[in-house]
Design a protein around this ligand. Structure first.
Ligand SMILES: *[C@@H]1O[C@H](CO)[C@@H](O)[C@H](O)[C@H]1NC(C)=O
Ligand SMILES: *[C@@H]1O[C@H](CO)[C@@H](O)[C@H](O)[C@H]1NC(C)=O
Ligand SMILES: *[C@@H]1O[C@H](CO)[C@@H](O)[C@H](O)[C@H]1NC(C)=O
Ligand SMILES: CC(=O)N[C@H]1CO[C@H](CO)[C@@H](O)[C@@H]1O
Length: 322
């Protein structure tokens, strides 16, 4: 080959390689949320185990899940908008329906999440909180319902313990969590690329007929590729928070009960198996991991076990702060 032709070939080759590298860089740098999509190293939870299928014909659009505080291996869930005012107890081991719990005297407009925890007015008693806070209310007619957790898990109709009516300038809200003192927090669901807000709902508003305006929210440093976040939970000891979007699971360790400060820090990104419209996440009662459940019939209940390596870490932290 004559040298000139060889030089041309080399130049064309080098230009092609640079062009391809350029395209890769462009794609990588403009990819939305690129840093959020990478699973954190030393994730404190393992990959999911499929526990069971939830085959009950009642549970067809599970939108929230929480672990009973009174009964081992019992989870409560509910359907997204369109169901009656009732929740379902399911067995956390085999996914079977244990009970249908109806609530007297209320209607379900757009139930989006459920949380288990102490009752706001009595820390020694346990309650179930239901967030009627979906987009149908447009931010102006949000209600949280609270019932006492039943002593026995069987089909029954229970009285409402209390309600909390509030308005917020955020027009949709699909996450509710309750801390170990019974304070309630909500997280708004926002457009792709926007930051959701984290808001304490004042306990003084329980039982008031007039709506309470809530203010003072802080911004959560995550974004979603679709509307989100769609669900979340606080661990029973109040030290951990999970928030999920349709694509990812985010985790905060909050050692000092300062949720407003903690939630503004960057979370860890946990392993998450994407589910069809997965909106429900809840910690296990003993903190040994967390469950997810998605909308749809025969949805799989997944369990993400706490990683062995992280257990001693958490115990160390507890000892430090106690
Ligand atoms: C709190 O709940 C417990 C358990 O149900 C009950 O024994 C106690 O009387 C309650 N305390 C108050 C102040 O309501
Ligand atoms: C509730 O709202 C009504 C109508 O705006 C008002 O007249 C009433 O004073 C309010 N009640 C309380 C306790 O704030
Ligand atoms: C759900 O599972 C049940 C029992 O395994 C089965 O009979 C039913 O056909 C399934 N339904 C759907 C929609 O797949
Ligand atoms: C049994 C029951 O009422 N299931 C409902 C669950 O929620 C979906 C979505 O709104 C309804 O279509 C189901 O009828």
């Amino acid at each position: 080959m004559e040298p000139r032709r060889r030089n041309v070939i080399i130049i064309v080759f080098v230009l092609s390689v640079l062009f391809i590298i350029g395209i890769f860089l462009a794609v990588f740098l403009t990819r939305e949320n690129a840093p959020h999509d990478e699973i954190s190293e030393e994730a404190p939870f393992d990959s999911p185990q499929a526990v069971a299928k939830v085959t009950s014909h009642y549970v067809t659009e599970a939108s929230g899940i929480c672990a009973s505080r009174r009964h081992a291996d019992v989870l409560y869930t509910h359907n997204d908008s369109g169901d009656k005012a009732r929740i379902y107890a399911i067995n956390a081991v085999n996914g079977l329906l244990l009970a249908v719990i109806s609530i007297k005297g209320i209607v379900s407009k757009d139930w989006e999440d459920i949380a288990c925890g102490p009752c706001t007015n009595n820390y020694t008693d346990f309650c179930i909180y239901i967030a009627d806070t979906g987009g149908n209310a447009g931010g102006n007619a949000y209600t949280i319902f609270r019932i006492k957790e039943p002593a026995i898990v069987n089909d029954q109709t229970v009285e409402l313990d209390s309600f909390l009516k509030f308005s917020w300038w955020q027009y949709d809200c699909e996450t509710i969590m309750v801390d170990p003192t019974g304070e309630v927090y909500v997280v708004s669901k926002v457009c792709a690329g926007s930051h959701a807000l984290f808001q304490l709902v004042p306990s003084s508003a329980w039982g008031l007929e007039n709506r309470t305006w809530v203010t003072g929210a802080v911004s959560v440093p995550i974004t979603s590729q679709r509307l989100g976040p769609v669900g979340g939970d606080m661990s029973p000891d109040g030290r951990e928070i999970l928030l999920k979007t349709y694509e990812s699971m985010y985790y905060w360790n909050i050692a000092d009960d300062n949720y407003y400060e903690g939630i503004q820090k960057p979370p860890k990104v946990l392993p998450y198996r994407e589910e069809p419209l997965g909106e429900a996440v809840g910690f296990a009662l003993d903190g040994s991991g967390y469950y997810t459940l998605s909308e749809g019939t025969n949805a799989t209940l997944y369990f993400y076990k706490r990683a062995e390596s992280s257990v001693s870490d958490v115990i160390d932290k507890k000892e430090e702060t106690s």
